[in-house]
Design a protein around this ligand. Structure first.
Ligand code: SAM
Length: 369
């Protein structure tokens, strides 16, 4: 194959040659090499997760490529190449003397321990699903049409669940619910709770396990997610106190709820204001609406950091198209910020709104009638 001719980057466009700092240009190109490697690594992390390569390395490592292939029922040639890419990216360690690969304790926790808040494979899985579906977003950006949550590949739905669950396990019962005024006592005594936009029900099942006296309705407009949520509740043995319904947020059934929760879904809705009005109608007079949204500042420039970058990217590929696919199509975006969320909530008629808790990735708002 004919090789491309190597040219001095400053000569690419002679008209710009005087303005181009070649060192800066090349450092940008090298940064792009890193970014392309990272993009491809998204697929490789999901591959390692699905094939059990990280788990086997964690349990049995250090391992050579044939040993890892043998233990995971995979083929040596693929595993060897995968290991080289992982070692080059710092996701596994390599010992040249033994020719074996291993995971350091921190890598093992982040890549294999589903109970750790630092668990990462779900993050990569939803990213991979988003990238797989991105050609449709490119087309949609021309016409302005939306793409619903239900339209995505399963890696988006399952990755979302596996991405968020570790954070809910770490923060929901220990920090977020206690940060709400009087809610813990109600949950312990026996409260009526609606978990709206619950997806695979990670938050619903977790709360139901922690508060056996309370009753939970999980709802989502996506039928496939609700089918999975029902299975999750049955597996966790909490299906006696949890029910699920396929219904949009503007119409979930029931009245007099002590608590309505929305985890990372208000901004995905086409009509968050309509959903807010429905929550107000469904709440008891002294009820609470807990809204968990991605961490974000009000000014876009204050979100130009690694977390904001990831959330704006998910927002471009998932959240904004989802909202645009529904009626109203407000498209708040995943980085709407507190001021915009407050405006939606108070315009719907809630009299109190405050930031109750936060983590580097989430803000928890409390709204009261
Ligand atoms: C990012 S996912 C979060 C799912 C879940 N709350 C969690 O934390 O894992 C957003 C969810 O909002 C749901 N959703 C989007 N628009 C909705 C609407 N109008 N009514 C109900 N659910 C909606 C989607 O189906 C999806 O399950």
């Amino acid at each position: 194959m004919e090789q491309p001719v190597q040219r001095d980057p400053a000569q690419i466009d002679p008209g710009q040659a005087n303005q181009v700092d070649v060192d800066k240009l090349m450092s940008f190109v090298y940064r792009a090499v890193d970014e392309v490697g990272a993009t491809l690594n998204t697929a490789l992390v999901v591959m390692g997760d699905k094939l059990g390569l990280y788990r086997s390395l964690s349990t049995h490592g250090p391992l050579s490529p044939p040993e890892l292939a043998e233990k995971t029922g995979t083929t040596e040639r693929y595993v060897r190449e995968w290991l080289c890419a992982q070692a080059a990216g710092g996701f596994v360690d390599y010992d040249p003397d033994s020719g074996r690969y291993s995971l350091r304790p921190e890598q093992a926790v982040a890549l294999t321990d589903e109970s750790s808040p630092a668990y990462l494979p779900g993050f990569f899985q939803i990213a991979l699903g988003s990238v797989i579906d991105s050609p449709r977003v490119t087309e949609a950006a021309k016409s302005g049409t939306g793409i619903g949550w239900h339209d995505h590949v399963a890696d988006v739905h399952e990755g979302c669940e596996r991405f968020f669950r570790p954070g809910y396990n770490a923060h929901l019962v220990a920090e977020w619910l206690p940060a709400l005024d009087g809610v813990m006592a109600k949950l312990e005594r026996g409260a009526n709770v609606a978990d709206v936009g619950c997806g695979h029900g990670a938050s619903t099942v977790l709360m139901a396990g922690a508060f056996p006296e309370s009753r939970f309705l999980g709802s989502d407009y996506h039928e496939g997610s609700i089918a999975t949520a029902r299975r999750r509740a049955a597996t966790a043995g909490v299906d006696d106190r949890v029910s699920f319904e396929v219904v949009p947020a503007s119409a979930f059934p029931g009245q007099g709820y002590d608590l309505v929760t929305m985890f990372d879904c208000l901004h995905d809705m086409g009509d968050p204001a309509g959903a807010a009005r429905h929550v107000l109608r469904a709440l008891a007079a002294d009820g609470t609406w807990m809204i968990v949204e991605p961490a974000a500042a009000d000014r876009v420039e204050d979100n130009f950091n690694p977390v904001g970058r990831a959330f704006y990217s998910f927002s471009t590929l998932l959240c904004t198209p989802c909202s645009l696919s529904q009626e109203v199509g407000l498209a708040l975006g995943a980085q709407a910020g507190e001021a915009r969320v407050r405006e939606i909530v108070t315009s719907a008629g809630f009299s109190r709104f405050r930031r109750a808790a936060e983590t580097p990735f989430n803000i928890v708002y409390e709204a009261r009638p």
